[in-house]
Design a protein around this ligand. Structure first.
Ligand SMILES: NC(=O)c1ccc[n+]([C@@H]2O[C@H](COP(=O)([O-])OP(=O)(O)OC[C@H]3O[C@@H](n4cnc5c(N)ncnc54)[C@H](O)[C@@H]3O)[C@@H](O)[C@H]2O)c1
Length: 329
């Protein structure tokens, strides 16, 4: 039995989102006191419904672009829309969430002396010129494109984390998260896994952008959450940036074919032009995480996809509350 004093008070920003809800679940299961903060831009209360009766769990509607005054021991900063259709909906707000949000949570970490985790992204590598991407690669990012609000916002957030670390000795953990998928992804997020699964479940044609030969690596959410928690618990000198993702590469066409097979649909593949700034290849080098955290993904794409398909099937059958069609703010 844990003594009350040993229970950590953990803040999760963006806790009602896809990754955030799984993280809250895991932190509660580990015996922490969890405060979830979210403005429900892309997150949903339904993602947290199963946690609300837990006496160690609290939810606060709050926008991280405004300061927050709470007492905490650890902070996981996940608040930020992650899918292009969501972060391009209000690009100025996206940069604000990344930059003002980072300043606010770092200020909180400085005041409370909390350890703080930043959910950065593989997008900081832009359209990479080296493959796979290691953490010492500085990236190839368009500063003025339609993805820049997210890519450059996240890059600036990384800068802020490292400056707080150098200037104020703030205890930081910066992870660069690669494509992650699983139950509770937003149904209308336009991301490749959810798109394909939903089109296949509806028996619609599956839309591939480009010729389908561009590659992606897909990490199942349970693997990612394990990596995040291990990183947070790692010794103080391990600050990152650290890639977290699954290095096993698939072409988009292979993914589509696997989804069709698992769903057992007659959907056909249809091809459309690639959107601007869409990276052709993305694959993490996770040597650092393997060495420092003894972590690597264990869930195969086929296994993770089957769980994701079962989730979306339930959502589409209305057993789970429906998602909103688009962001509401
Ligand atoms: N899912 C991935 O593959 C992936 C990859 C790289 C990085 N990330 C990062 O991980 C984090 C979580 O991503 P996700 O996939 O769960 O996305 P998500 O959109 O499901 O979750 C983001 C959450 O942040 C909340 N939010 C947005 N703006 C906010 C604000 N101003 N104040 C408070 N809350 C706000 C949203 O309502 C949502 O609940 C993001 O920071 C994202 O950039 C995710």
């Amino acid at each position: 039995m844990r003594h009350y004093d040993s229970i950590k008070r953990v803040l999760v920003t963006g806790g009602a989102g896809f990754l955030g809800s799984h993280l809250c679940e895991r932190l509660l299961a580990d015996g922490n006191d969890v405060l979830c903060v979210d403005n429900y831009f892309t997150g949903r209360r339904a993602n947290l419904a199963h946690l609300l009766n837990n006496p160690n769990f609290e939810v606060l509607r709050h926008d991280v672009t405004f300061p927050l005054y709470v007492e905490v021991d650890e902070i996981y900063n996940l608040a930020c829309p992650a899918a292009p259709i969501h972060y391009q909906f209000d690009p100025v707000q996206t940069t604000k969430v990344s930059v003002h949000g980072a300043i606010n949570v770092l200020g909180l970490a400085k005041r409370t002396k909390a350890k703080i985790f930043q959910a950065s992204t593989s997008e900081v590598y832009g359209d990479p010129l080296v493959h796979p991407q290691r953490e010492d690669y500085w990236g190839n990012v368009n500063p003025v494109g339609t993805r820049s609000c997210y890519d450059e916002g996240k890059r600036c957030a990384e800068t802020l984390f490292f400056d707080y670390h150098r200037q104020y000795a703030t205890r930081i953990k910066v992870a660069r998260i690669f494509n992650t998928y699983g139950p509770r992804m937003h149904i209308n997020d336009g991301r490749v896994v959810s798109n394909f699964v939903i089109q296949a479940l509806r028996g619609e044609d599956i839309t591939l952008y480009g010729d389908g030969t561009q590659t992606r690596s897909f990490c199942y959410v349970a693997d990612l959450i394990e990596g995040i928690v291990r990183f947070m618990d790692a010794p103080a000198e391990i600050v990152g940036p650290m890639n977290l993702g699954n290095p096993v590469e698939f072409t988009i066409k292979q993914l589509a074919e696997m989804v069709i097979e698992l769903v057992g649909t007659k959907s056909r593949l249809v091809y459309k032009p690639l959107p601007s700034d869409d990276p052709k290849q993305r694959q993490p080098d996770i040597s650092l995480a393997k060495e420092m955290l003894a972590w690597e993904p264990t869930v195969a794409l086929r296994e993770g996809l089957a769980k994701t398909i079962a989730y979306f099937d339930k959502v589409l059958r209305n057993d789970a509350p429906p998602a909103r069609k688009s962001p509401t703010i």
